[in-house]
Design a protein around this ligand. Structure first.
Ligand code: FES
Ligand SMILES: [Fe+2]
Length: 437
């Protein structure tokens, strides 16, 4: 449970809010690179953290990101001209470079101070992992900036990854809480109760894994903190004295990786980017560190598969809030627990259903919510510390974001740290402390 004040602090990310300021200390994905396919091409509307922005790929290929409203009389620069590494308002021709400095103010008489005082708000960008990232923090043009977080999907060759995004129609925080709560798999993504584990065509895991997950709805959780967040592991009873471990990473302020990957399988991760307080983008990526993705895998990801939602050309999920995720009550009765097709869509339905902003003052947390408590402590604590003048150290530690998570079998009594070392070596994060909430 959170106080009403902490729920507000957690969920509000506009420019003048503590969490909004905290987010702005970290690089944020603002678009997929392929949404800006050509130099001097069409500008793109970008809504981010409550700000209305416009992105444009300049003549030299670098992406500019500026506020949408022209400082003359507020015309929208989305309708502007993308020309000569600058954006020009088509109302009266005011033209600005990528840093927001005026290059031409044709209707302003010479000798006025406008050349010195008029500025368009503008943010630096980088491209990493086929995404455009932006830095919305203070003084971005006047100092060296930290690197973009070196998430592993962006470091592998392009043939080894698939990158996309989807709209999520609720507040960012409850959506990432859904991902960090790996206990819900025992229900939300399961076959209907009377359907055997090996008779569900929608199931994203094999029969054994499904059976272990289904038969143990109370995994024992452990958390290992590291420099940029934490990794949570849930141990379930498996066959004999074996334990089936599933681990998920959280990295500040809003990245996570999924728990199901066994050795050799593809990894999946997400980055949540608030659009406003009622909607967010979930940038979603699949990668394989050892081999290129197969044509068949890429084709399936493009159609929507597992944690990758089926989306239209604007990245809006086909099964969404407005059409009740095309829930099929007969399917729910006879085949799957939810009646909704797709793991990503099942997650979206239930996260949206908590309300546009979940009311955390009325909840009753349980032992399986350990990672949620830790997540809130990390981001609320970080935002409060920033208000008190302490910058988040993780924002400067780009290399520490190269993290993995997934599944592993271990004998009873094996510690979570040992499980992670056996499974991932040093890729699980440099551990600073072990704790059992
Ligand atoms: S409103 Fe943009 S130049 Fe006039
Ligand atoms: Fe899920």
């Amino acid at each position: 449970m959170l106080s009403a004040a902490d729920n507000e602090l957690l969920t509000r990310t506009g420019p003048d809010t503590p969490m909004g300021q905290f987010f702005r200390r970290f690089w944020q994905p603002v678009a997929l690179s392929r949404e800006l396919p050509e130099n001097d091409g069409s500008p793109l509307k970008v809504n981010l953290l409550g700000e209305e922005l416009v992105a444009f790929r300049s003549s030299d290929g670098v992406v500019g990101l500026v506020e949408a409203r022209c400082p003359h009389r507020g015309a929208n620069l989305y309708f502007g001209r993308n020309e000569d590494c600058a954006i020009r308002c088509v109302f009266h021709g005011w033209k600005f470079d990528r840093e927001g400095k005026p290059l031409e103010l044709p209707n302003v008489p010479p000798g006025t101070h406008y050349q010195q005082t008029v500025r368009l708000k503008a943010y630096p960008t980088r491209e990493y992992g086929e995404m455009v990232w932006a830095y919305l923090g203070p003084d971005p043009w006047d100092r060296p900036l930290p690197d973009v977080p070196q998430l592993e999907f962006g470091a592998v060759p392009a043939s080894h990854r698939f990158v996309t995004k989807k709209l999520q129609e609720c507040n960012w925080a409850q959506s990432i809480e859904g991902a960090l709560d790996t206990s819900h798999f025992s229900f939300l993504h399961m076959p209907a109760p009377h359907v055997p584990s090996n008779e569900n065509e929608d199931a994203p895991a094999d029969e054994k894994r499904l059976r272990w997950i289904r038969d143990d709805p109370l995994p024992r959780f452990s958390i290992l903190e590291h420099e940029v967040g934490f990794v949570v592991g849930g141990a379930r009873r498996a066959d004999g004295d074996r334990r089936y471990w599933r681990s998920a990473q959280f990295a500040l302020p809003s990245h996570s990786t999924t728990p199901s990957t066994l050795p050799g399988e593809n990894h999946f991760g997400y980055t949540w980017v608030p659009i406003d307080d009622h909607n967010c983008w979930i940038y979603t990526y699949a990668w394989n560190p050892e081999r290129p993705l197969t044509e068949d895998e890429v084709a399936r990801f493009k159609r929507g598969h597992g944690v990758i939602a089926e989306v239209d050309e604007h990245f809006i999920p086909i099964r969404n809030r407005a059409n009740e995720y095309l829930i099929d009550r007969q399917h729910q009765k006879h085949i799957s627990f939810t009646g909704v097709r797709g793991v990503a869509e099942q997650d979206a339905m239930i996260q949206d259903s908590q309300g546009r902003i979940a009311d955390r003052t009325r909840e009753h947390l349980s032992a399986s919510d350990a990672a949620i408590v830790r997540f809130r402590r990390a981001v609320i604590g970080g935002a409060k510390a920033l208000v008190a003048g302490t910058e988040p150290a993780a924002a400067e530690k780009a290399a520490a974001y190269r993290l993995r998570s997934g599944s592993w079998m271990a004998s009873e009594g094996t510690s979570f740290e040992q499980v992670m070392l056996e499974r991932f070596g040093d890729m699980h994060g440099r551990v600073t402390q072990e704790s059992y909430p």
